[in-house]
Design a protein around this ligand. Structure first.
Ligand code: SF4
Length: 376
């Protein structure tokens, strides 16, 4: 179910291909990226429109001529769309090095999809002065690569881009904080639709949409008591969810999603900004201190973040909703679920394939999970 205020975000997603094609024909240059570790602010400051490449859901056919079955549906479906010409509006593909699947796919795209540039950014794992300097040098390399296709980067443009994305993330985080208080105007699926639109709409236009949305929301003074959060409040943790309706399907099984640890959720929003004297320092600080993906951090560190969000949101359990063959997420789950269990938070693992269907057995397992939480 989509409420009126979310319709324009849904439409922006549904019409994104024709709009981006029109922008490209009008001379705008659009750069695609897979992962939110890609520093979109640099791409934007160089004069390009950053757009997240999605896979959606459906059948895979052509992609199997180039990749094996055992990689995540996201990567296979994204390649399928590219081979179908659905990403012809892109001038290039830039990817911040996250998981091996996504970064290997940059090379597959290079061999099979005709774009002007392909670039992987090797991100540091450690957070030290030396790794910050290293990160700066790879960002300069990216700027030079963007220059080859007409980029025009400047520090003052980066300052503007940092402020723009910070404002966007702040408004999105406000929507999360309302959920934590039990005061949200949107379902989890609607919130995901609002966030997803930001991946395919130029950021200046998206900010206008978010500002209008925020202005229309009623003033929320009082906090709802966590005790009356029914049905059972849960946190959903996983990679990229390509079909917001999945959130409705979970809630139809008896739960209420109050928070997430998702690639197209809170993980791409926090922190809303970095610290530093220059725009470049701010950017480096933000990316080196961001809410981590399992491909970039240890499970114990992620566990602490999860616990923090569980406390803030009053969620009583965790649903690990993971794309099939998503190794980074699957590898963390035994450690995370064990430490959650010790703290009395039950969890369940649901793996999704490229159809993103959630029926039969999965629904029954979720119903049992929510019933068990309700009895505690
Ligand atoms: S993190 Fe998982 S879902 Fe995301 S690209 Fe890598 S393997 Fe695919």
């Amino acid at each position: 179910m989509i409420t009126d205020s979310v319709i324009q975000f849904k439409e922006a997603i549904n019409t994104s291909k024709s709009r981006l094609n029109a922008l490209s024909e009008a001379g705008e240059k659009i750069i695609g990226y897979f992962c939110t570790y890609t520093p979109v602010e640099i791409i934007h400051a160089a004069g390009f429109i950053p757009v997240r490449i999605t896979g959606g859901y459906g059948n895979i056919d052509k992609a199997y001529q180039h990749v094996p079955d055992f990689i995540c549906p996201y990567m296979k479906l994204a390649l399928e769309k590219a081979l179908d010409g659905q990403y012809d509006f892109l001038s290039g593909l830039v990817q911040g090095y996250s998981c091996d699947a996504a970064c290997g796919m940059v090379n597959v795209w290079k061999d099979t999809v005709g774009l002007k540039i392909f670039h992987s950014i090797p991100l540091p794992y450690n957070n030290t002065l030396e790794s910050g300097n290293y990160f700066k040098s790879v960002l300069n390399e990216l700027i030079q690569k963007l220059d080859t296709i007409g980029g025009n980067f400047s520090e003052s443009a980066l300052n503007g881009s940092m402020n723009l994305y910070c404002r966007i993330r702040t408004l999105l985080y406000n929507l999360y904080q309302q959920r934590y208080k039990g005061n949200s105007d949107f379902s989890a699926a609607e919130l995901m639709t609002i966030i997803d639109a930001g991946s395919v709409v130029p950021p200046e236009d998206y900010l206008v949409m978010l500002e209008e949305l925020s202005a229309r929301l009623p003033d929320k003074g009082k906090e709802q008591s966590p005790g009356i959060l029914v049905p059972e409040p849960v946190l959903v943790s996983g990679s990229l969810i390509e079909r917001p309706e999945v959130m409705d399907m979970i809630e139809a099984s008896g739960g209420r999603i109050v928070a997430d640890d998702l690639c197209n959720g809170l993980r791409q929003i926090l922190p809303v900004d970095g610290k530093g004297k220059t725009p470049m320092e701010r950017l480096i600080h933000r990316y080196m201190n961001r809410f981590p993906c399992p491909s970039r951090s240890r499970a114990v560190d992620r566990g602490r973040r999860l616990l923090d969000i569980l406390n803030q949101s009053h969620a009583k359990g965790v649903i690990f909703l993971v794309q099939k063959f998503c190794t980074p997420h699957l590898a963390d789950i035994p450690i995370l679920s064990e430490s959650l269990k010790e703290l009395d938070y039950p969890s369940i693992l649901i793996e999704m394939d490229e159809t993103w269907q959630m029926e039969g057995q999965i629904k029954t397992r979720l119903e049992g999970f929510f019933e068990m939480i309700g009895r505690r």
